[in-house]
Design a protein around this ligand. Structure first.
Ligand code: GTP
Length: 363
């Protein structure tokens, strides 16, 4: 499937605050959150590499200092990595312009731009080829969703030319949306104003279309997920563990669950539905864990039931507690006999006493 694209450079946008994923993103930026056993970005890096990308510039801002220790010079991934940090966040367009300073590409060369929170199975090679063949200014990956009203939508003409970049509306004209992976001709990156806050979605793309430049859409319906919310993040990890999206970065075989080194899972516990079990996690007898992310060093005590949830690092789910569709922050302790569900988020370090909450959504 994957054709090689020698010498293609990429920019990875990783500077957002990830507000929708709080409290998980209070200590760790979204692109570094453990996903199916490795930092989320490892999946994107491995995938870009499989299409022939060799050099990637990270556009960092929020918690910028955490990226280089995680990925270094990229040699462990067969990549060469550079880091370009914004003093103050410049938005998606400003970040692309700033990171563009570190590119080697010539003015007519294509540059791949990836949002740092997307899991996608699309053929990056085909997207770049379309861009080259049509000599477009920008080529956007478009994905088709069942309910486009939650997104801005991107209509095209029969030849695939993008005709508008529309804001969210209850009556969208198409179910094609911006999938967060772009090919830019290098000179177009250089035309974005420097050191200014710019949004590609609200300013650059509509501006290019209005001025008559060629913006192409590469549309498909392969696997696609924006992991920006807790439930989507859990789903992404689950899909990778189950093998619904193949990732060269998965640190083990696909299956009902994936356990990292030092995890101690009782043979009398039941772990299923794509659960990722972090390093040194303990799951005691009689516990059930389904479709969840158990972060490093957390504990799920006897008889507890955890599903569709994230349990933060060193957090403890005490005996008999039910955690469903919830986020438990790092170092939090959920005492015995509680029942948390409906998107409840427990802040890092909070200690919930025994039987404090049942069917609650207001911790
Ligand atoms: P929310 O706050 O939950 O909306 O998440 P977010 O901050 O990641 O915003 P959003 O999902 O809209 O961002 C899309 C992509 O652009 C993500 O990969 C972000 O990391 C990245 N991004 C957003 N704003 C900036 C910025 O100002 N600078 C940089 N370098 N990247 C950004």
């Amino acid at each position: 499937m994957e054709s090689s694209l020698p010498d293609l450079e990429a920019i990875l946008l990783v500077g957002g605050q990830g507000t929708r994923l709080r409290p998980l993103t209070l200590g760790t930026p979204k692109p570094l959150l453990p996903t199916a056993g490795v930092p989320f970005l490892a999946h994107q890096l491995a995938r870009a590499r499989s299409f022939g990308v060799r050099r990637i510039v990270f556009a960092t801002s929020y918690k910028a200092a955490m990226f280089e220790p995680a990925f270094g010079d990229g040699s462990a991934f067969g990549l060469s990595l550079e880091y370009m940090t914004e003093e103050t966040p410049l938005g998606t367009g400003g970040a692309i312009r700033n990171a563009g300073e570190a590119l080697d590409a010539g003015p007519d060369d294509p540059v791949l731009i990836l949002n740092g929170d997307i899991l996608s199975g699309h053929d990056i090679g085909a997207q770049v080829r379309l861009h080259r063949d049509r000599q477009a200014a920008v080529t956007l990956h478009l994905t088709e969703v069942d309910d486009p009203s939650r997104f801005g939508c991107v209509p095209t003409d029969e030849a695939g030319r993008v005709t508008a970049f529309l804001e969210k509306t209850p009556n969208p004209v198409t179910n094609r949306i911006n999938a967060g992976c772009y090919v830019f001709t290098r000179s177009v990156i250089d035309s974005i104003p420097r050191d200014e806050v710019v949004s590609v979605e609200r300013e650059t793309f509509p501006g290019l279309i209005e001025s008559g430049q060629l913006v192409m859409g590469y549309a498909d319906r392969t696997y696609w997920l924006d992991v920006g919310t807790p439930s989507a993040y859990v789903q992404g990890s689950r899909d990778l563990v189950l093998g619904r999206l193949a990732s060269p970065a998965l640190p083990g075989p696909t299956g009902e669950y994936l356990a990292l080194e030092g995890a101690r899972v009782s043979p009398e516990a039941k772990i299923q539905d794509g659960t990722a079990v972090g390093a040194r996690v303990v799951v005691e007898a009689g516990a059930t864990v389904a479709g969840s992310v158990l972060s490093d060093d957390c504990v799920v005590e006897a008889g507890a039931r955890v599903s569709d949830s994230v349990v933060g690092q060193r957090a403890r789910i005490c005996a008999g507690t039910v955690v469903r569709d919830a986020v438990i922050g790092d170092d939090a302790v959920v005492g015995p006999g509680n029942e948390l569900q409906h998107g409840v988020r427990v802040w890092p370090g909070v200690e919930l006493p025994e039987r404090a909450l049942r069917y609650s959504s207001d911790v």
